[in-house]
Design a protein around this ligand. Structure first.
Ligand SMILES: [Zn+2]
Length: 75
């Protein structure tokens, strides 16, 4: 379940909440003032997730042959 960042349009409080994919701001209310007028902050989490993915390539086998898990690699 993805983490979304919201900003309360009533008091300005920013918070994050876990939501089902496809859920909208209508399902969220501010944890500080309980106002239902919140706006999803689209940039922060999406940018952070994309950056982390780009910097984390799939790990390569340390022996270069892909046999480590099968006991072929001395290391
Ligand atoms: Zn608020």
């Amino acid at each position: 379940m993805p983490l979304y960042e919201y900003r309360c349009e009533s008091c300005g409080h920013r918070f994050e909440t876990l939501q089902q994919v496809g859920a909208g701001a209508a399902d969220v209310s501010c944890p500080r003032c309980a106002a239902g007028r919140v706006a999803r902050e689209l940039s922060t989490f999406a940018a952070r997730a994309a950056t982390g993915r780009d910097r984390s390539p799939a790990p390569e086998p340390t022996c270069g042959r892909g046999g480590c898990g099968a006991g072929f690699c001395a290391n």
